[in-house]
Design a protein around this ligand. Structure first.
Ligand SMILES: Nc1nc2c(c(=O)[nH]1)N[C@H]1C(S)=C(S)[C@@H](COP(=O)(O)OP(=O)(O)OC[C@H]3O[C@@H](n4cnc5c(=O)[nH]c(N)nc54)[C@H](O)[C@@H]3O)O[C@H]1N2
Ligand SMILES: Nc1nc2c(c(=O)[nH]1)N[C@H]1C(S)=C(S)[C@@H](COP(=O)(O)OP(=O)(O)OC[C@H]3O[C@@H](n4cnc5c(=O)[nH]c(N)nc54)[C@H](O)[C@@H]3O)O[C@H]1N2
Ligand code: SF4
Ligand SMILES: [Mo]
Length: 712
């Protein structure tokens, strides 16, 4: 029997887990690591299923190659030979942009894919780079990029010291927190209460977090920007806007005051569904609290005014003097923080060919991937590489995208399952399980409510190549070196580049991600090396967050841009929205469950117990009006598509709003996820409309989709 201490790579919370294995290397137990410096024993049902994931018989154990429409297991050599035969000719004949990439969420929880994926994408040199970011947090990168000059400088709630937390569009008791790395959310929220603080939730649904909070406001979907502007309006009108020490580092304070003028509480009350008096009280309480923080997540980003809402969240943190202050919204400083020579934030360096949508932080909106595949002409996408992504379930108008993929000349999926997306590939390249690879949460320590770091060595050897090697093999092929490219030499080259940026000598004692992380640690702010972290299996704690202004700012002015031009340019659209006549049609929002992880963990039995969770929630008043009964089937129709789903009547959602979780719809022909197929649910993104976008960022509206619901 052996015990390993690992950091859970499944969500942003970075919990430390204790994994017990028997003599046959079977996982017999997974529990929270009581000694983890950050999570102190916390675990959720997903973390507890790490063993089930590792032992899942449907997880791929060899490359798959499609021959005459059927997948066959092949050697890595055969897989790469096939890729080398088919991919370079497309690049040669049609140019770099003919090959698109879609990078999915688990890649951000995987150092091999994070550090070496970018090597592949750069080598490909395609403008058609897409990722889950444009169905997620892109508006936040946009607001941070324009306000602070760095799209990765995202302030997070200082959860352990705040006395007032205003949450919009997040359900951290279920999601375990996002853009806020904080294991044991419940304990930390309880801490706010115990300090005599207050938690306010703004959400169209009475979620678990809303139930736990002191106050819940059931906002109408898509109207957060109006509410936030009204809060700003009240702060100015009542002379409560006090940026305090930030005043010396600010541009645009007067512009914001002017911009907020039309958005009085009375003007937005009906639209948001929140009384003017309540809005005034919310603003006063925010201003009067000893310290306070406004925090917005998916419900505020994947909606019509995602960028404006994301911006206003931090405008409020500035105006109340809570940005960069303990108990407010603070900038983490990770052990592997990229420092020095940050490039100023830019958008629109190129545009998508068909719809002319602007590039943001190096990517195009995935909402236009189908256009780029379907539309003939110079620059048409003819091949696709998906890397740890399942866009056929997770992106808008998934029905159209799935059809479009059939028109590709070639498709590769780097994925651990044969699922709804990878079934469409010509070649699938699998990777090791989370227990068979080292892990370090590069991205999420940069969003963490304490400055911590924890290195996890691989618990078990892998029969499959590590995914950094896969990325470098593909890099070799797309750079014309063929399948025999010298991976070690490529890795040395990558490490030399990281060392050069860090102004360090490249080291030779390690290879792959471990060497890169070691170099980044050495260049980082805490004087630690990978060896130090290896000697600390429960992690290292560098303490609570510290103020970072002005050092964190890298705008051209060196100041916080409180009224960035490209965001301000979207405010007239919001004013128009306010002026439009009221539309009382139904709108669709999403939801998450504790035992889900977007689309890809429904194949694990412990996570799908307890009946079908993929239902449409509808308020009793709407159900009665439409003749819908609990448990019966309803059809949900939008401009993009139609689906049928069982009804769940509940006053948990506000009238006018229906909710369906995403990540279901596992009944596609040819997928090999037996447990998921037995309880497939429906794909909510069949009705998500790829033409409805947050304009500045191109992020898809996944919350607030106009739909019609009827009995089947
Ligand atoms: N309607 C609606 N749609 C949404 C959302 C919503 O709230 N509502 N949320 C959006 C958000 S926030 C996100 S992040 C996206 C997620 O969108 P995606 O990233 O496209 O989807 P996932 O479900 O995370 O699928 C991840 C894929 O990675 C594979 N995988 C898992 N682990 C590994 C690994 O270690 N290596 C490799 N190579 N592959 C691996 C899985 O098998 C799966 O195919 O969905 C978005 N879509
Ligand atoms: N268990 C579990 N945990 C997860 C995931 C998962 O799939 N399952 N996915 C992970 C990923 S990739 C991400 S990005 C995070 C997301 O983390 P969260 O953002 O916390 O996730 P959600 O639970 O989707 O919460 C979004 C909330 O926004 C509300 N909402 C919808 N529309 C609006 C609106 O217009 N305004 C407001 N104010 N609220 C609105 C919804 O009702 C919902 O409660 O979760 C991560 N953690
Ligand atoms: S909360 Fe997230 S990190 Fe923690 S055990 Fe669950 S899935 Fe893993
Ligand atoms: Mo996400």
């Amino acid at each position: 029997m052996t015990t390993a201490h690992v950091t859970c790579p499944l969500c942003e919370a970075t919990c430390g887990l204790e994994v017990t294995l028997d003599a046959n290397q079977q996982v017999t137990r997974v529990k929270g690591d009581d000694n983890d410096v950050f999570s102190r024993g916390y675990i959720c049902p997903k973390g507890a299923s790490l063993g089930a994931l590792h032992h899942d018989p449907d997880r791929l154990t060899a490359p798959l190659l499609k021959r005459d429409g059927e997948f066959v297991e092949v050697s890595w050599q055969e897989a790469y030979d096939e890729i080398d035969r088919r991919l370079p000719p497309i690049l040669e004949e049609h140019g770099r942009d003919a090959v698109a990439v879609y990078a999915g969420n688990p890649g951000v929880h995987n150092i091999a894919l994070t550090l070496y994926g970018r090597v592949l994408y750069k080598a490909l040199g395609t403008k058609n780079f897409y990722s889950a970011t444009s169905v997620d947090q892109l508006p936040k990168h946009y607001s941070s990029g324009t306000m602070f000059g760095d799209p990765l400088a995202i302030p997070v709630p200082d959860l352990d010291r705040t006395r007032h937390l205003l949450i919009l569009g997040a359900n951290p008791l279920v999601s375990n927190g996002s853009l806020m790395t904080a294991p044991d959310i419940r304990g930390r929220l309880r801490g706010i209460r115990e300090r005599g603080g207050k938690i306010v939730v703004v959400d169209p649904r009475r979620t678990r977090t809303a139930q736990f909070a002191d106050e819940h406001h059931a906002i109408r979907p898509g109207t957060d920007a109006l509410l936030l502007f009204a809060l700003v309006n009240v702060l100015f009108a009542e002379n409560r806007a006090r940026p305090r020490k930030l005043e010396a580092h600010l541009n645009g304070l007067d512009d914001v005051r002017e911009l907020a003028r039309p958005f009085t509480p009375e003007a937005v009350a009906q639209r948001t569904g929140i009384d003017a008096d309540e809005i005034r009280r919310l603003a006063r309480e925010l201003a009067e609290a000893d310290n306070a923080v406004v925090y917005g997540r998916i419900g505020t980003t994947t909606q019509t005014f995602g960028t404006v809402a994301s911006w206003l969240v931090d405008v409020l943190n500035v105006l109340t003097g809570n940005l960069d202050e303990p108990g407010g919204a603070m900038f983490p400083l990770a052990a592997c923080q990229p420092t020095g020579n940050r490039r100023p934030f830019a958008v629109g360096r190129w545009h998508s060919r068909v719809r002319g949508l602007p590039e943001v932080v190096g990517e195009l909106p995935v909402a236009t991937l189908a256009d780029e595949i379907e539309t003939p002409g110079d620059g048409q996408v003819r091949a696709l590489i998906t890397v740890s992504g399942n866009p056929c379930l997770s992106t808008p108008n998934a029905g159209r995208l799935s059809e479009a993929l059939k028109g590709l000349d070639f498709m590769i999926s780097v994925d651990v399952y044969l699922n709804e997306t990878s079934r469409q590939a010509d070649v699938i390249l699998p990777g090791p399980s989370p227990l068979e690879r080292p892990h370090f949460d590069l991205a999420f320590y940069q969003l963490s409510v304490r400055n911590v770091a924890n290195w996890t060595p691989a618990t078990l050897p892998s029969k499959l190549p590590q995914e950094w090697e896969t990325m470098l093999r593909l890099t070799g092929i797309v750079t014309g070196q063929g399948p025999e490219a010298d991976v070690e030499a490529l890795d040395d080259f990558v490490a030399a580049d990281v060392a050069r940026r860090a102004k360090l000598e490249v080291t030779r004692d390690r290879t792959g991600p471990a060497r890169l992380v070691d170099l980044m640690l050495r260049a980082g702010p805490y004087d630690v090396t990978l060896a130090d972290l290896e000697a600390a299996p429960h992690g290292m704690d560098f303490g609570p967050l510290k103020p970072r202004i002005p050092e964190v700012l890298c705008t051209a002015s060196g100041r916080i841009e409180l009224a960035p031009a490209t965001i301000v340019a979207d405010v007239p659209r919001l004013r128009e929205e306010l002026a439009k006549p009221e539309d009382d049609g139904l709108v669709l929002i999403g939801r998450r469950h504790l035992s889900s992880n977007n689309s890809w963990m429904h194949n694990l039995k412990p996570l799908v117990r307890g009946g079908n969770r993929c239902t449409v929630l509808i308020h009793p008043a709407d159900a009665t009006r439409l003749g819908l009964t609990d448990g019966a089937l309803a059809s949900v129709t939008s401009r993009a598509g139609k689906l049928e789903v069982p009804v769940e009547v509940t006053d948990e959602v506000r009238p006018g709003v229906v909710s369906i979780p995403h990540g279901w719809g596992h009944d596609a022909d040819g997928s090999r996820t037996r447990v998921a197929r037995a309880n497939p649910g429906v794909n909510s993104n069949l009705v998500a409309d790829e033409t409805l976008l947050d304009v500045p960022s191109g992020t898809t509206v996944l919350n607030g989709i106009p739909v019609e619901v009827a009995p089947v």
